[in-house]
Design a protein around this ligand. Structure first.
Ligand code: AMP
Length: 214
């Protein structure tokens, strides 16, 4: 399947994407994970992205489009992909459309995961992430803690609070979402690709997607 997952930070895009990869071998492409990996590795891309990310601001569109242009043409995308956290602005969506047309790929749908703001805030402040850039498993101190406190069940690395999950950065990320990313809902509706799933459980989101794909 070839899907875009839309939704505010904390809506569950990453969790849904990971579950969907198990269905048909589609790959999860998270621009946030790619950027965090680049920051950890200290690469040129990471150096450019670091300050924007810490503040909860978006990284410039040109940097993101450069990453995605390469990533979408890698062989593992042939089975399908789940775009998690991309596109994030109307210019990114427009450029993605041109890129996909050029490489001959069409999207199945854009899924808007719609979750109430109080649920999002609670999730983001209690979310913890594996710091190993190759793993980045997601936990929650209340609903899904690691078996051993602070240690990732999957790879044994430390489980930490993301630097952009301080209260200040979270409120900036949500404001940025409303201003720059929420307009994509209208954009994909116009493209005839949008489904909105009003659900807080990832299983309900997966079922809605499966039903739509038929
Ligand atoms: P995420 O893990 O998707 O919440 O992304 C974490 C941070 O990475 C965001 O707050 C942005 O600073 C940056 N980022 C991720 N994806 C994008 C994107 N498509 N465009 C611009 N910035 C992005």
């Amino acid at each position: 399947m070839k899907l875009i997952l839309l939704g505010a930070p904390g809506a569950g895009k990453g969790t849904v994407a990971k579950l969907l990869t198990e269905i048909d071998g589609s790959v999860q492409i998270s621009t946030g994970d790619i950027l965090r990996g680049a920051v950890q590795a200290g690469s040129e891309l990471g150096k450019k992205a670091d300050a924007f990310m810490k503040a909860g601001d978006l990284v410039p569109d040109e940097l993101i489009m450069g990453i995605m242009e390469e990533r979408l043409q890698e062989p593992d995308c042939e089975k399908g992909f789940l775009l998690d956290g991309f596109p994030r602005t109307i210019p990114q969506a427009e450029q993605l459309k041109v890129l996909l047309e050029r490489i001959g790929i069409s999207l199945d749908m854009a899924v808007n995961i719609d979750v109430a703001r109080d649920v999002i805030l609670d999730r983001l402040t209690t979310r913890r992430t594996c710091e190993n850039s190759k793993c980045q498993a997601i936990y929650n101190v209340k609903s899904n803690p690691p078996k051993v406190e602070g240690i990732c069940d999957k790879c044994g690395s430390a489980v930490v609070q993301r630097e952009d999950e301080t209260e200040e950065a979270i409120s900036n990320r949500l404001a940025t979402y409303n201003e720059k990313t929420a307009p994509l809902i209208g954009y994909y509706d116009n493209e005839g690709l949008l489904i909105t799933v009003d659900a807080t459980s990832s299983d309900a989101v997966i079922n809605a997607i499966k039903a739509k794909l038929g």
